[in-house]
Design a binder for this molecule. Structure first.
Ligand code: AMP
Length: 384
């Protein structure tokens, strides 16, 4: 029995993409087959001349069962049962019997073949079924066992490998139907569950920058303001700065291709980030899609778009006030300000629908003191 993942030192980690998630290899096929062998040797010893019924729990255990049963040297019979407990990544408490064992197991010595014992809910259901069937005896064989997740009192008689409490796929195990055919085992990339990526949204002058500065410290996130990055480039007279300036001075959006490339580079500069606050990005649907692609490739996603809602006239007033001290050309001219606000509504508000469709849009009243607004934003972020 082993209680660790073996990954060859110095070897690049193999990753696979299943639906929206990235998984990385954690157990090789060789180790899986060794684990199967270990179980097979013990079952051969214990069940010689007893003609057991191998009861395979579908769907996940089919590959394990195939490997294991081939190695059983004496007479045996086979039966199959199907129960369901996973809803995507989450194991639900309820276990449904989808297909019962045929023919009757009454009076038989049964070896249950499971792919993985997690919380133990499935095993509990199967044991109840075996007791109702009045089997002579039963034992449980599982390829993988998660001791940290197991909450039931039943003994697991044969264990291939003990593994940490990660979501794993491969060798019969799936994520939303995919991944069963992989001969090695892959676990969900850790960053995906840890990172908290927020899109801070709202018209110019809504207070995004101020709130982002507070929230980044509070939640230990990296703040990326595309407006700030453009301004930095203008100040340093870079090629990007010169290009961006021509758009920014008129209150227009910098073209998507330029902005997306810049944003990708900013994200890549922070490989250890626990999450990002995107401020001023995305501003178009193409940018939102590009952000989704970028984050998926890093095994994570946007957790929420949190939008500060402020009335237009309050915005104009605030920006003119800021223009007196900020030195920003686009804050000094009321016509440019009004254009930025109208660009926001005509082009950018479509983003609200984009994230609403995914159930990720949260509107927050942006009028009040800084701490009041932080409080309102935090009450949304804390639920994510
Ligand atoms: P901000 O500081 O966010 O108000 O941005 C100032 C200006 O930078 C905008 O009016 C745009 O010209 C440009 N800009 C900032 N972010 C983006 C973006 N995501 N897409 C296109 N242009 C942007």
């Amino acid at each position: 029995m082993k209680n660790r993942y073996l990954c060859a030192f110095g070897q690049p980690m193999k990753t696979i993409q299943l639906h929206d998630l990235t998984f990385e290899q954690c157990i090789s096929n060789t180790e899986v087959l060794q684990a199967v062998n270990g179980v097979a040797v013990k079952i051969n010893d214990d069940y010689k001349q007893r003609r057991p019924v191998f009861l395979t729990v579908l769907n996940g255990a089919f590959l394990f069962a195939a490997e294991l049963i081939k190695k059983f040297d004496c007479e045996c019979e086979m039966s199959f049962i199907k129960v369901a407990s996973y809803d995507g990544l989450k194991q639900t408490d309820e276990v449904f019997t989808v297909m019962g064992a045929e023919p009757s197991l009454k009076g038989r010595d049964v070896v249950v073949i499971e792919d993985i014992v997690d919380s133990g809910n499935t095993i509990e259901t199967i044991i109840q079924i075996l007791e109702q069937e009045e089997v002579a005896s039963f034992r449980i064989a599982t390829l993988f066992y998660k001791p940290q997740a197991y909450t039931k009192p039943y003994t697991i008689d044969y264990i291939g490998l003990e593994i940490p409490n990660d979501f794993v796929v491969g060798f019969g195990l799936d994520y939303k139907g995919l991944g069963r055919n992989f001969t090695s085992i892959y676990k969900l990339k850790e960053t995906q569950i840890q990172m908290k990526n927020l899109v801070l949204f709202g018209p110019p002058g809504a207070g995004k920058g101020t709130q982002a500065t507070v929230l980044k410290d509070k939640y230990d996130l990296v703040h990326i303001s595309t407006g700030d990055v453009f301004r930095y480039n203008i100040k340093n007279a870079t090629e990007l700065g010169t290009l961006a300036k021509s758009y920014m001075d008129k209150g227009q959006l910098v073209p998507d291709a330029v902005t997306i490339e810049m944003l990708n580079a900013e994200v890549d500069k922070n490989p250890k980030a626990k999450g990002f606050i995107f401020d001023g990005f995305p501003r178009t649907e193409a940018q939102a899609e590009a952000l989704a692609v970028l984050l998926t490739s890093k095994g994570t996603e946007v957790a929420a778009m949190v939008a500060l809602e402020v009335d237009d006239e309050v915005l104009v007033e605030r920006l003119l006030e800021r223009g007196k001290t900020s030195g920003r050309a686009d804050d000094a001219d009321e016509a440019v300000i009004r254009n930025r606000i109208s660009v926001y509504y005509s082009e950018t508000a479509i983003l609200k629908k984009f994230y609403e469709r995914q159930g990720k849009y949260f509107g927050v009243d942006g009028v009040g003191s800084i701490s009041e607004i932080t409080e309102r934003l935090s009450s949304v972020i804390d639920t994510l």
